[in-house]
Ligand binder design. Structure first.
Ligand code: C5P
Length: 309
């Protein structure tokens, strides 16, 4: 008789997301905002390792520039909420220690916390041998946060509802993005509150993804895509962080085709024509004194198990 191998730890990765378009409607009665968005997962990854433990614990490592001190180490961390949610859903009576290796800026508008949650879901699913159906994982992900289902799914997708409903988009080819981080994170609820404030007393139309943007993705038309990029939260981000306007202008001056504040900010992303072009734009932006600047390719897959130990 052969025994199933004992699993000691599972490591999973999940990608950062950018919103190629982020249309925001008027706040709903639950406080969330209806979104019409196009997500793309880019090759900037967080890694999560889960190990059986007598109690929930969180440890974090990664580059010092990533504001690691802002990542909660207690039960309020979204990774603990993710593991507990899956355990409760599946009748598992176990706890895990979660180690996060951050590659995604903290509170940067790139959904790093959501990536960690998605990676934790797939890692715990493997550790506990659950094989939870995809649809159920997506539902649990939606309970954890609006961006978590997309972090599970990856690729390029149209997001609706409060962002939790994701439908894969038809996309041709690769897209290269320069990413400029900000040393200081930004609070998503605060950005949405300011958006509400700006629109008080006005009729906010229901958001719609522009058809030109979807056509540009289907045809890999980079010029057209650059024109169609958009973010309804960008005016708020630029008001809260006026220096971001210079960051966006510097990227365009460096030759990027298009620029965008990512999600609620403050990270900024720049569309390039390819890998070499992205490297050139990175070099020019660094020479202009901006930092940290990196580049990444999209689309990449969503959260997935990398190693079982
Ligand atoms: O869903 P998630 O927990 O990531 O959202 C964080 C916060 O961002 C919410 O508490 C809410 O203030 C704001 N938000 C929103 N509308 C959305 C998504 C997020 O107002 N569609």
């Amino acid at each position: 008789m052969s025994l199933a191998p004992v699993v000691h730890s599972v490591t999973a990765t999940a990608p950062a997301k950018i919103n190629l378009y982020l249309g925001v409607g008027a706040a709903r009665s639950d406080g969330y905002h209806p979104l019409a968005t196009v997500y793309q997962a880019i090759g900037l990854l967080d890694e999560v390792t889960v190990t059986p433990s007598s109690s929930y614990k969180v440890t974090v490592t990664g580059d010092d520039r990533l504001a690691l001190e802002d990542v909660p180490r207690d039960g309020s961390n979204i990774v603990v909420r993710a593991a507990r949610l899956l355990a409760g859903h599946s009748g598992v009576n176990e706890a895990v220690a979660v180690h996060i290796v951050k590659g995604i800026p903290v509170a940067g508008g790139l959904a790093g916390g959501s990536a960690d949650a998605a990676a934790t879901l797939v890692a715990c699913d493997e550790l506990w041998g659950l094989r939870t159906p995809r649809e159920e994982l997506l539902q649990l992900a939606a309970e954890l946060g609006s961006d978590v289902p997309f972090a599970l799914q990856g690729g390029t997708a149209v997001g609706s509802g409060r962002g939790e409903l994701v439908a894969p988009a038809m996309v041709r080819g690769d897209y290269w993005w320069v990413v400029v981080e900000s040393p200081l994170g930004m609070s998503t609820p605060k950005v949405y509150r300011e958006f509400d404030h700006d629109h008080e007393g006005t009729e906010v139309p229901d958001p719609v993804v522009p058809e030109e943007l979807m056509e540009a993705l289907r045809g890999h038309d980079l010029e057209k895509l650059a024109q169609a990029l958009g973010n309804d939260l960008e005016p708020v981000s630029l008001r809260l962080r006026p220096e971001l306007a210079d960051v966006l202008a510097t990227g365009i001056a460096a030759g990027a085709l298009g620029s965008l504040v990512s999600g609620s900010g403050p990270s900024c992303v720049f569309l390039c024509t390819g890998r070499d072009h992205a490297q050139q734009v990175v070099a020019s932006m660094r020479a202009a004194g901006l930092g940290p600047v990196s580049f990444a390719r999209g689309p990449v897959p969503g959260a997935r198990v990398e190693r079982v130990g």
